[in-house]
Design a protein around this ligand. Sequence first.
Ligand SMILES: Nc1nc2c(c(=O)[nH]1)N[C@H]1C(S)=C(S)[C@@H](COP(=O)(O)OP(=O)(O)OC[C@H]3O[C@@H](n4cnc5c(=O)[nH]c(N)nc54)[C@H](O)[C@@H]3O)O[C@H]1N2
Ligand SMILES: Nc1nc2c(c(=O)[nH]1)N[C@H]1C(S)=C(S)[C@@H](COP(=O)(O)OP(=O)(O)OC[C@H]3O[C@@H](n4cnc5c(=O)[nH]c(N)nc54)[C@H](O)[C@@H]3O)O[C@H]1N2
Ligand SMILES: [Mo]
Length: 693
Amino acid sequence: MPEIRRSVCALDCPDCCSLLITVDNGRGSKLRGDPAHPVTRGFLCGKVAQYLEREYSPGRLLHPQRRVGAKGHGQFERISWDEALDTIAGRLRGIAEEFGPEAILPYSYAGTMGLLNGGGMDRRFFHRLGASRLDRTICSSAGGVGLTEALGLRYGTEPEQFRHSRLIIAWGANILGTNVHLWPFVMEARRNGAKLYTIDPRRNRTGAAADKHFFINPGSDTALALAMMHVITGENLHDADYVERYTEGFEALRERVREWTPQRAAELTGIAAEEIARLAREYATTRPAAIRLNYGTQRSERGAMAVRTIALLPALTGSWKDIGGGLQLSTSQAFHLNRAGLERADLQEKPLGRPARIVNMSLLGAALSASGTGLPACPDRPGGLSHLPIKALVVYNSNPAAIAPNQNAVLSGLRREDLFTVVLEQFQNDTADYADILLPVTTFLEHTDLYYAYGHYYLQLARPALPAPGEAKSNVEIFRLLAGRMGFDDACFTDSEDDMVRTLLDSPHPFVRGITLEELDRQGSVRLKLPEPFQPFASGGFGTADGKCHFRAEELDYTPPVESRHGDTALRRKYPLELISPKHDDSMNSTFGHRDAVDLETATVHLSAADAGGRAIHTSDQVRVYNDRGSCVLVAQVDDSVRPGVACAPAVRWGKRSPDKRNVNALTSDRLTDAGGGPTFYSCLVQVERIGD
Ligand SMILES: Nc1nc2c(c(=O)[nH]1)N[C@H]1C(S)=C(S)[C@@H](COP(=O)(O)OP(=O)(O)OC[C@H]3O[C@@H](n4cnc5c(=O)[nH]c(N)nc54)[C@H](O)[C@@H]3O)O[C@H]1N2
Ligand SMILES: Nc1nc2c(c(=O)[nH]1)N[C@H]1C(S)=C(S)[C@@H](COP(=O)(O)OP(=O)(O)OC[C@H]3O[C@@H](n4cnc5c(=O)[nH]c(N)nc54)[C@H](O)[C@@H]3O)O[C@H]1N2
Ligand SMILES: [Mo]
């Protein structure tokens, strides 16, 4: 008899869906969204609806392997787990002795959002080893800083409340593509008369379905937000009562934005002045009005400031008071779990007597440069000891050869013969090809984990629903075994998964206190202990000493990105197109790169008719996209989804599947964001040319 088991989608996505899987004789036959979950509500996105294809793909890695060919060529031979673990432990021990343990760098991101497999036993292992710490900046750190500067806390409007909105602004947010479980709430609001506006350099599926789309020049959002503030404060459309009670610094803000006229912003953003004024008035006078801000806006050189200024808008209009008002970028900070107990940073004391150095993951290319001295300073982030080379890299939950900026620098680092590389993977992707030892790992359907979310407020537990194929093991198990091989005898290395979940739940915070493993096992999904509805800033409550939202007007400013139409003119003469590489609707960063359809669509670059015509480029032509950092071959798609001057290449394919073994990150820069040490994937000037017949 088929049995229905519960699981949770572990992909790096705000929706963090509850799943139901039909299991027949130990084999999964059907995957669907749990109808009982208040956000997932019974449906799945296109990519996860087909996840069983990935689960049972012939491409799954099943056994530990050792590289036998050159780095990057992907030739391996099978070895036993014992040999793999002994080799790794021996090499790590040797490197630690010769160069110090900080010559070892873990590299991981959110291949799984699970807390145990994403930041549990691995953290304990590397802390105990004294390895370098990784600053996990690749996705959201600029926006995280911007949001914190504005609100003091990374809380946001609950998705369920969007159904009550009368105006929804999707600001750098492709809801249909990367956050599809918000869409039914948006549709419900629209059935009740709400309008949906999108602000994006590309008119994607969400933009095409919107009531109005605003094409904005990449990286210019701060100018738009400041001009909206100009109109709102200049025309007294702010909520004087809310501003008086719950904010600080209004008069200085009004003064500061006086110079930010819609005319000035029009030049920078490419949105007409009267459109900006109309948008500001409509936003300030429609109640409730909600902004869904997503991370697209903060992948540019002024990304932190963009998020900060946008996130100040609801405090001006008092929109936080309304059910269905406010703003959502992330809900993640509400999960006040005992991460310190899970990660055990205190273990660094043993090997080092101090915290280990920090390496910014967005600068991997520089960090792997032979001397290790290529590490640029990162003004607002800790760092240090940059003279120390990296001699071992342990990669899990990430595919840096495909997803990190300045790919040519990353690949030349990965090719270093003196670098010992371990990769824990499900598939033979770009990074796996550079491994010295390649270890097969389980998928989220095969291991226990606890999940937080960044787009809603439900904590979820998943138990293994399917058996692990071949000899695959979970990250937790692998780092537990490695700890044993290294002779780490601290009690935490024998913790079971349940012990680790209990540790996480051992939190004094009222949002979490009282939630138990047993309750999670019974229900699968448990709402944080929040008031219903949750309105974090309805009456102050901002994460500041006085609970008020501080505008801090003197810090608000905008200068265009160096790599933009208003940036470095000499560079723009050489490379006249602003390239963005946003998420692909049916993929997940590089995770589904083995799928032919995904590969085809992430090999595309969208160009306007004007830019294509001037270069004699037609749809389906192969083109070379290039700048000083590198080049990659893509296929042109001429359409009106972008305006002249902007090119868009959905990210990211496996470079190894392309003719020149590179993807769009051969073009992206490792210049960092204005704060947060984030990458600037979407501030990238390029030239495009047709590849001759
Ligand atoms: N289908 C799918 N879903 C995903 C992912 C995926 O790869 N595919 N990735 C997951 C990950 S890692 C993340 S971080 C999340 C969040 O991912 P998002 O941040 O939502 O995704 P992006 O595509 O980076 O950016 C959102 C939108 O911002 C636009 N944009 C780019 N530059 C600018 C700009 O300067 N200003 C404005 N206003 N808009 C701009 C892009 O064109 C895009 O439409 O999505 C997750 N969900
Ligand atoms: N040009 C460009 N580059 C980008 C972006 C962009 O928009 N444009 N987006 C950036 C963003 S926002 C992000 S978050 C990063 C994402 O970059 P990554 O975090 O590298 O994300 P993925 O490419 O999805 O790769 C995750 C890998 O983890 C593996 N994995 C999944 N579960 C497990 C597990 O339990 N154990 C182990 N060991 N492995 C597992 C998967 O097989 C997959 O290969 O990419 C960034 N790069
Ligand atoms: Mo991300």
